[in-house]
Write a protein that binds this ligand. Structure first.
Ligand code: SF4
Ligand code: FES
Length: 365
């Protein structure tokens, strides 16, 4: 007979839950869900050894355990601290945690450029969300921000080192998913940076997953860069037969075009199943995929604006509703806007969609 799993009781923000022995405070909070869950910028449940780097998940332990009820003297990283029987934890109910998290966000933003208006990660950036929740309007930092030499991360991945918060997720991903990691963190302290040794190209078939695990816009998809804002695209779940991976992805569409392909993510923003480079970078046609339906997007995400799920398409056409008349009064946006030029297939443009692309197409017309 299978041995019963030993459980312990932990109370987080006054909610008590039974969890298996060995569970961390963060995992226990995730079992409760909602606002009780501390943010996590470096921990990733699918990556061994992750966590303990960013300090955004700090919580207060107001009672150590039933056996030793003394509170822990300092705030602890919830992603790395195991629960004890009878432990009591405060996350959103602790002013100390709130204050510390404000400080951590200020620290993370010391060197992070505020370039959200041009950053591809805007709208789905965990640091942007944290900044809105805990950030201050100004900065007390008086020094020049860090700058870095440009590094080439192969044909598909762009590294903006200035945006990196050194969470190590991409290093663990490369280590644990590929057999030929050629990038890691070089140097220490203020000089620490993600780099490719001797600028080797990262050509492993699963290396594209570093883009999905990056919590900020430091690693972005070169085939999608500057093509569109993420909240203008429509995420749909799709799959295909793939020899290397499960082939289950999210397509980010604009109209019929597939602008980007990513792995599917769970409610914590973590990849559900790793996908290969072929699915991610080379299958950009709707016909390459079997569409399953709209991806579920959290109501709090900016991407949920204009994103509809469970809609039923009316059977009548516009003409039928108007007693046989065609909609003549509606403006055809394509006739007046170069930006919506239907002859431009954004997913087929090699590189960012700049005004040159539109000027060139206008001249040719
Ligand atoms: S590049 Fe992104 S994933 Fe890698 S360490 Fe920096 S922030 Fe983390
Ligand atoms: S998520 Fe716990 S320290 Fe970063």
């Amino acid at each position: 007979m299978a041995e019963a799993v030993k459980t312990v009781k932990v109370t987080i923000d006054n909610i008590t839950v039974d969890v298996p022995v060995g569970t961390t405070i963060l995992q226990a909070a995730r079992m409760i869900g909602g606002d009780v869950v501390p943010p996590a910028m470096c921990y990733y449940s699918k990556l061994q050894g992750s966590g303990g780097k960013c300090r955004t998940c700090l919580v207060e332990v107001s009672k150590g355990s039933e056996a030793d009820p003394r509170p822990m003297p300092k705030l602890v990283a919830s992603c790395r601290t195991g629960v004890m029987d009878g432990m009591e934890v405060k996350n959103m109910t602790s002013p100390k945690v709130e204050d510390a998290r404000n400080g951590v966000v200020e620290f993370l933003l010391l060197n992070h450029p505020l370039d959200c208006p041009v950053c591809d990660q805007a709208g789905e950036c965990h640091l942007q969300d944290l900044g809105y929740q805990h950030g201050k309007q100004g900065t007390r930092y008086e020094f020049k921000r860090r700058t870095f030499e440009k590094h080439d991360l192969g044909p598909y991945i762009q590294l903006h080192m200035t945006r990196c918060i050194l969470c190590y997720r991409c290093v663990f991903t490369a280590d644990q998913l590929t057999d030929k990691r050629s990038h890691g963190i070089l140097s220490r302290g203020d000089h620490a940076e993600i780099a490719t040794y001797i600028e080797k190209s990262l050509d492993n078939n699963f290396i594209g997953n570093v883009i999905d695990v990056c919590p900020v816009g430091a690693l972005t998809d070169k085939t999608f860069r500057f093509k569109n804002r993420v909240w203008f695209t429509k995420p749909v779940n799709a799959h295909r037969e793939c020899k290397c991976c499960s082939g289950k992805v999210t397509l980010w569409q604009r109209g019929e075009e597939v602008l980007r392909v990513t792995a599917r993510k769970d409610q914590w923003g973590e990849v559900e199943e790793w996908i290969c480079n072929e699915c991610r970078f080379e299958k950009k046609k709707t016909t390459d995929w079997t569409i399953e339906g709209p991806t579920h997007v959290s109501r709090h995400s900016v991407i949920s604006q204009g994103h509809y799920e469970n809609t039923i398409k009316p059977k009548e056409t516009f003409t039928a509703v108007h007693g046989g008349r065609n909609p003549q009064l509606l403006m055809d946006i394509h006739s007046v806007s170069e930006v919506n030029d239907p002859s431009i297939d954004l997913s087929q443009i090699n590189g960012p969609a700049t005004s040159d692309v539109y000027n060139h197409s206008t001249k040719q017309a």
